[in-house]
Design a protein around this ligand. Structure first.
Ligand code: 3H9
Length: 730
């Protein structure tokens, strides 16, 4: 390392050109800056421990240094955790364990330094980054929307591996730390202060000043570390072994209920935290490293890490091949103030877009505005937004029964009834009143090219398929026709991202992507019903596969009338493999509409609570008598394999641009189990050969419904995969 002196008697700097850490001494305080050159974020790699060692040695040896402050040189990220690129290269549990032990040793050294180190945190302080902060002797956090603390390791199928499972409970108590470790959720500045995760919360402008002041006070002994703030009742419960056992049991039960045992990381984290409570920090750290090693090479972690990289790469994807300007959307017109229209308005006003709603009657407009208000109000009550932000956002939405306020709209989204003629009328009207606007349809079934036929500017017509409820569902499917211009596509994608959505761009076609792969899955579930398989056993089997709800429940939730409408379009387009089941047809003919109408496949009480399967449905199947039992794995093959096969067909047909989009679309759009990574990842896990042989066997029994997609058959012959089997999974 090279030492340089800026000439001032009290300041000196050390830095190597490629190093991530630099140090400057000001009046006895070492200011350590973490800023990895050329990287978007600061991440912890094993090579960094050598750099930290050099800094620690200097801190100890230099008698002019009395304390240190650790800061980040990146604008909005303090430390984003361990380097995930390095983690995906881990090839064995032993290697993963060693990585964890390296991190632990580095932070043990930091914690044991005789001179106090104060973390001056601004921006994302995540995973290993928060573990660094926990090993510091004092934490000052900037009170800023970009500042967020979390241990998101479980979301990658991991657990905190650099001492976090031990230091966090010792700082903020058992219950609060289990909540953070098991959910990975983001903790905002005020809550971080309340939990005792940080010691000071300050305006960003004085962050470093306060951190230096604290460093001086700690060194002088005029400020002592304060005891943890676990809360009296929390402490009482946690201090005795019986109380702790209760907390651990509750945590285990909650995790199992939520994950059905499919995710090993949170369960392992509970064991590791418990080990530290029962046998002390050293044993806890040992358990942490061993568990980290095992998890780092687990299939679940590989899939969740894939999803992280896939989502990150989509953030940078403009949706077009060539660089193109986009129109920033300041004013949005929405035609149709129903559930979807109001949902889109809700997310739009939260991003500062001025929204004008139009519907046929003032009552409908008012009900749309009320729906916006309800969601915003809930956010206000939960303190996600301030009362001021609430009224600002609400003031952005207005509406009427004519096109007043549409003239200067940058984008108009139609969310009217699924009827081509109605959509054509709306499109023609919009092109009259808002000639400069991009026109997006939120249809879930009608091909965009059919809608664009009424347009004088088909280059400005695009599909924006939001999922319901819009404020909760993370996916947006942008649908382009051969005529849609790159500018239109890029604008729709950019605006979707601004609304906080993960956006995939797909080519036009019946069902687009998400509904197209859903159709054969739902229909096969219906065919199982035709054969007399009990409906709740079908649902249970698919929940066991990892879907949030089973297909029969999904039909009830979506609405049988809506499912019927899209089912007809799909069957007309794709024939046998999309033909709806007879039972489904019969149930629909009875006029049942699902949960919203109080009658579907399941029974509902007056409050809409589900009572159980409606036995009357079985009389509508083609089978007499008792419900047939079927192996869970057989139910999986019958329903999931056609979904996987259809995803490959979408790739073959050019509906999908990439397997990445297909996997993300399925996970974020229909809740395909994240621990399986998506349909293409699931095919890789089984092997194309195995998938094809199972499909062929089924196709012999049910001709035309399970014929393997040509690409899949070819891959099976050649022994190919969609993704490389090792390394960064994209
Ligand atoms: C861990 O910490 C384990 C430890 O407990 C134990 C260790 C022994 N590593 O998302 P963005 C890259 S596990 C490597 O677009 P944003 C990202 O890939 C880790 N790279 O920006 C992208 O690269 P590129 C726990 C990372 O502003 C670029 O940075 N930590 C990492 O929207 C920009 O990313 C996490 O799970 C990383 N850790 O969001 C945090 N983080 O430009 C994961 C980011 O080449 N990260 N990159 O495509 C995040 O949540 C977000 O990236 C963050 C920034 C909020 C930080």
């Amino acid at each position: 390392m090279s030492d340089s002196n800026d000439g001032g008697a009290t300041t000196s700097t050390i830095r190597e050109s490629k190093s991530s850490l630099s140090m400057q001494v000001e009046e006895g305080i070492a200011i350590i800056t973490f800023d990895t050159p050329g990287a978007a974020v600061n991440a912890l790699s094993s090579s960094l421990s050598t750099e930290f060692d050099a800094i620690f040695a200097r801190l100890q040896e230099d008698r002019s240094i009395i304390a240190a402050v650790l800061r980040s040189g990146k604008p909005d990220v303090w430390i984003a955790g361990a380097d995930i690129e390095q983690l995906v290269r881990v090839n064995s549990a032993t290697e993963g364990e060693a990585l964890s032990r390296t991190g632990q040793h580095m932070l043990d050294k930091l914690a044991a330094l005789p001179k106090p180190v104060v973390a001056a945190i601004h921006g994302a302080c995540l995973g290993g980054g928060l573990e660094v902060a926990l090993a510091c002797h004092w934490r000052v956090l900037s009170d800023h929307t970009k500042s967020v603390c979390a241990l998101p390791e479980v979301q990658l199928g991991l657990l905190p591996g650099a001492g976090g499972t031990q230091r966090l409970p010792r700082l903020i108590g058992l219950q609060a730390s289990l909540d953070m470790i098991l959910t990975g959720r983001n903790i905002k500045p005020r809550q971080a202060r309340k939990l005792g995760l940080v010691d000071d919360l300050v305006h960003p402008a004085i962050l470093e000043k306060v951190a230096m002041q604290r460093a001086r006070e700690l060194a002088a002994g005029t400020r002592k570390r304060v005891a943890r703030r676990g809360g009296a009742s929390g402490l009482l419960l946690e201090e005795n072994p019986v109380g702790r056992a209760v907390v651990f049991k509750q945590a285990r039960d909650t995790v199992l209920k939520k994950t059905k045992g499919a995710y090993p990381a949170p369960l392992a984290a509970i064991e590791v935290v418990a080990e530290g409570y029962s046998h002390g920090m050293a044993r806890g750290l040992d358990a942490e490293a061993r568990a980290f090693g095992k998890l780092a090479v687990s299939d679940v972690s590989r899939e969740l890490t894939f999803l992280f990289f896939a989502t990150t790469s989509l953030k940078k994807d403009s949706g077009t091949d060539q660089p193109v300007d986009t129109t920033p959307v300041h004013r949005l017109g929405i035609v149709g103030a129903g559930f979807m229209g109001a949902g889109i308005a809700t997310v739009a006003v939260q991003q500062g877009t001025q929204v004008r709603l139009k519907d046929a009657s003032l009552e409908r407009v008012a009900s749309g505005v009320r729906a916006v208000r309800t969601v915003l109000d809930e956010r206000r009550r939960k303190r996600r937004i301030t009362p001021l932000a609430f009224s600002d956002m609400l003031s952005l939405v207005s509406g009427g029964t004519d096109y007043t306020g549409f003239t200067r709209a940058d984008l108009v989204i139609e969310a009217v009834f699924e009827d081509l003629a109605v959509k054509h009328d709306v499109l023609r009207e919009i092109e009259q009143v808002a000639p400069g606007a991009i026109f997006a349809s939120n249809t879930s079934t009608i091909p965009i090219a059919d809608i664009a036929k009424a347009s004088a500017h088909p280059d400005r017509v695009v599909g924006m398929h939001f999922f319901s409820p819009v404020h909760k569902m993370p996916l947006l499917e942008v649908i382009v026709t051969p005529q849609t211009s790159a500018h239109t596509t890029a604008t729709a994608v950019a605006y979707g991202k601004r609304l906080g959505k993960t956006v995939i761009v797909v080519s036009d076609g019946p069902g687009f992507y998400v509904n197209r792969i859903l159709a054969p899955y739902i229909n096969e579930a219906g065919k199982l019903l035709d054969e007399g398989v009990a409906m709740d056993s079908i649902d249970k089997a698919l929940v066991a596969y990892g879907f949030p709800v089973g297909p029969i429940t999904l039909l009830d939730e979506v609405g049988l009338d809506i499912a019927d409408k899209s089912g007809r379009i799909m069957s007309a387009a794709f024939g046998a493999r999309m033909d709806a089941s007879d039972t489904l047809q019969r149930v629909i003919e009875t006029g049942r509409t699902g949960r919203k109408g109080g009658r579907g496949f399941y029974r509902y009480d007056d409050d809409g609570k589900r009572d159980g399967p409606d036995e009357a449905i079985y009389a509508m199947t083609s089978v007499e008598g008792a419900r047939r039992a079927m192996e869970t794995s057989a139910i999986h093959d019958r329903t999931v394999l056609p979904m996987l096969n259809e995803a490959v067909r979408c790739l073959d047909d050019g509906v999908l641009r990439s397997t990445r989009d297909g996997d993300i679309g399925a996970v974020f759009g229909i809740g395909f189990p994240p621990f399986r990574g998506g349909p293409f990842r699931a095919i890789d896990a089984l092997g194309a050969k195995e998938v094809v042989s199972r499909l062929q066997a089924l196709d012999e029994r049910f001709p035309g419904r399970f014929t393997p997609a040509p690409r899949l058959a070819e891959m099976a012959r050649r022994g190919e995969r969609f993704y490389p089997s090792t390394g960064k999974p994209l």
